[in-house]
Design a binder for this molecule. Structure first.
Ligand code: ACO
Length: 324
């Protein structure tokens, strides 16, 4: 059995912050942000939690696929910005949508989270364990960003995207996924520091560790090398020629990364849809939000071959080739 995406949904918070607005409190400009990243604005959760956004995106995906919440057998939520250690966001989504029969867990692979979750769902479906799985990517990265650090705060946004994945004759044709923990320090968010109960002395960690910290140029180099490599691998694994691929849905981090990947693959940029101009980098949510937009515009037709690729902290990266 293969894994087919039968429905998509997304939720974006209403609050919009443009580059011009950002430039009012950090030393930056629309010109710098646009030329370096392609980003023009981002959505910011003003009250909505990652769990609430996930549940809204999930309801829309269920509606779109014509699946009832009771039919869902497993929920995987990919996120790196949940507000609490437990219960998991997946359990919060289960409650909110009434998916009473579903097992539920969160998955942490940063900006590769949606791909890792999709590949995990596929493994369950291929093994014959489940037939209907809900996958959500949701992020409130505005909580993890130091809004006085111009090198990171201009890049990120909030939102959620979801898909229903079902067992089918057609669907996932192949995938690859990787991690390189030795490069973990390139992109980190160490979380709130806490004094350890059984350890004397100062709190471990400094306050600045609480925020996203990134070596932008290293991330750039990593992405433009590994993404084309893993896309080539998934093409080789499945035996499809690049000409057969209708769309490449890449993690929406930076338009320069996406253009560079297109160039390295010798594929036209038009095959690489982008919405990062509107939403910034929404980490695990970026690919399902983009899929939902393209699906609702009627740009995804049953039978289309599409490649998805995520890359991010860990470092982690992955690609999948699907028949839509
Ligand atoms: N506005 C104005 N100037 C800025 C800003 C800003 N927002 N941020 C940094 N600068 C300045 C720096 O201080 C530096 O000034 P200096 O030369 O006087 O020291 C100058 O701009 C150049 O800084 P660099 O960091 O070298 O800028 P670079 O050209 O590398 O662009 C960027 C930075 C956009 C982050 C780039 O490295 C990049 O695209 N990296 C990819 C990383 C990425 O997209 N990460 C997203 C998260 S990770 C993920 O999703 C996988």
């Amino acid at each position: 059995m293969k894994t087919r995406i039968t429905g998509t949904g997304s939720y974006l918070p209403e609050k919009i912050i443009s580059n011009e607005e950002l430039a009012q409190w950090v030393d930056t400009s629309d010109e710098w942000i646009s030329t370096r990243t392609g980003i023009k604005k981002r959505r910011i959760a003003a009250g909505e939690t990652a769990g609430e956004m996930a549940a809204r995106a999930a309801k829309r995906a269920l509606e779109n696929s014509g699946t009832s919440s009771e039919q869902i057998q497993m929920i995987i939520v990919a996120t790196c910005s949940k507000e609490q250690c437990f219960p998991s966001l997946a359990c919060q989504v289960q409650k909110a949508i009434g998916a009473v029969s579903a097992a539920a867990f969160d998955l942490s692979a940063a900006c590769s989270g949606f791909l890792y979750a999709l590949n995990t769902a596929h493994a369950y479906i291929r093994a014959g364990i489940y037939e209907k799985i809900l996958i959500v990517g949701t992020e409130v990265l505005s909580d993890l960003v130091d809004w006085t650090d111009r090198s990171t705060c201009v890049l990120f946004g909030d939102g959620a995207g979801a898909v229903v994945a079902e067992a089918s004759e057609e669907g996932m044709d192949g995938f690859v996924q990787y991690a390189d923990g030795s490069k973990g320090e390139v992109l980190t968010c160490k979380g709130r520091s806490r004094k350890k109960f059984f350890q004397d002395g100062e709190e471990d960690g400094k306050p600045e560790d609480s925020y996203i910290s990134m070596n932008g140029q290293e991330v750039f180099k990593f992405a433009v090398k590994k993404v084309p490599e893993c896309i080539e691998q998934v093409l080789e694994q499945t035996g499809y020629e690049k000409e057969k691929i209708r769309w490449y849905f890449l993690h929406q981090a930076n338009s320069r990364i996406i253009r560079s990947v297109a160039k390295r693959l010798e594929e036209p940029e038009e095959k690489f849809p982008m919405n990062l101009m509107e939403y910034g980098n929404t980490s695990a949510a970026s690919i399902p939000i983009l899929l939902d937009e393209m699906n609702r515009k009627g740009e995804l037709v049953r039978g289309d071959k599409v490649i998805l690729s995520g890359f991010g902290a860990g470092l982690t990266w992955a690609a999948a080739l699907l028949t839509w």
